[in-house]
Design a protein around this ligand. Structure first.
Ligand code: PMT
Length: 328
């Protein structure tokens, strides 16, 4: 019953009656609308509509002032003919005008406008032969959530993605599909110098088969040994050429000594922030729609999130990136 209030980016009530205004102002919770209002974590915009004398009544005005003090945005009703046949202020703001206010609301949040952002995401696939590969469970969901959040907040987003099966609106990004870590590195290196922010969300294979068999490996002995060689560490290599003013954000997926390992990667790879997600926490990590993260900053601070939709986690990460490198 609180879910509706948790996922929304914005909660608009249009029209809102004198009755609901009174309930919102006084914390009453006797229907889905009021329950959603009380549990909403996002900004709230209210577009009152009622008769002119009702709107002017001190009790309604006092309730609106109270809601305003809670940080709710009130869209003042317009003047004109009312349902009662009377004329005056009380008509809900025209939908086109409400739409303009919503557009302005989201535009004002374009806090990454003109920023160029590179995101590596998804798994890599390291070929064994023409038909087999070694990979991992990354679905790309976290990377897409980040790409959407950056785009919605005005950034120009460059995505380098390992193979994923999600449906994505690739047109709204500069999108490059790759398979192996080597290919991902090649593409990232071409872009890094002109980026303001690089986010390394990909689950890159640390090792790849030393040789790719030219033909399908045949079943013969009871055992098969594959020699693996270390892959290039993309974040580490690009961290060495990070310029002043550029921000590098890493991810860490750990199963043990999580905080310690994440902080070691923060230093080693020259990250400004590292986002730790744990394989041990339910609702976090690979494949699922939610995540729970602990963000460590190069300044020594840290914050932790609740389990939330990856879209919400992405917004939280962006909020922390805004504070970097002196923030968290
Ligand atoms: O795709 P989803 O299913 O939504 O899952 C999201 C995720 C769990 C894959 C994502 O949130 C995540 O944690 N990605 C990084 C996983 C990982 O590979 O972590 P790591 O601890 O091995 O690597 C540390 C950092 O170095 C990462 O930023 C990684 O992208 C980078 N790296 C690692 C190895 C390598 N060869 N090159 C790299 O750039």
């Amino acid at each position: 019953h609180v879910e509706l209030g948790l996922w929304a980016d914005l909660f608009l009530v249009a029209p809102i009656t004198a009755n609901s205004i009174a309930k919102f102002a006084n914390g009453l919770c006797d229907n889905l609308l009021t329950a959603t209002y009380l549990s909403a974590r996002c900004p709230v915009i209210l577009a009152p509509a009622m008769d002119l004398d009702m709107f002017q009544h001190p009790s309604v005005q006092a309730n609106l002032a109270k809601l305003n003090s809670f940080g709710n945005n009130i869209l003042d009703p317009e003047s004109g003919e009312l349902a009662s046949g009377l004329s005056g202020q009380g008509r809900m703001m025209e939908p086109e005008n409400i739409l303009k206010r919503l557009e302005k609301f989201f535009k004002d949040r374009e806090d990454f406008k003109k920023k160029k952002v590179l995101i590596t995401m998804g798994p890599t696939q390291e070929a064994l032969d023409p038909v087999r590969f070694i990979s991992n469970h990354s679905s790309g969901k976290m990377g897409i959530a980040l790409a959407n959040a950056f785009r919605n907040r005005g950034a120009e987003v460059y995505v380098i993605s390992g193979p994923i099966s999600l449906k994505v609106d690739k047109e709204s990004f500069h999108w490059k599909d790759v398979k192996s870590a080597k290919e991902m590195y090649h593409e990232a290196k071409l872009l890094q110098a002109k980026m303001d922010i690089c986010v390394f969300a990909a689950a890159v294979a640390d090792y790849a088969p030393a040789e790719i068999a030219p033909e399908k490996i045949k079943k013969s002995d009871s055992e098969l040994t594959i020699k693996m060689v270390k892959n290039v560490d993309i974040a580490f290599e690009l961290g060495k050429i990070k310029k002043p003013g550029q921000l590098h954000i890493g991810f860490a997926l750990e199963t043990e000594n999580e905080a310690e390992n994440a902080k070691a990667k923060l230093d080693k790879k020259n990250f400004d922030l590292i986002v730790l997600n744990s394989m041990k926490e339910s609702g976090a990590g690979f494949q699922v729609d939610t995540n729970r993260v602990h963000i460590y900053g190069s300044g020594g601070g840290s914050i932790s999130s609740e389990v939330a939709e990856k879209s919400k986690i992405a917004e939280l990460i962006l909020d922390q990136i805004k504070l970097a490198p002196i923030g968290v």
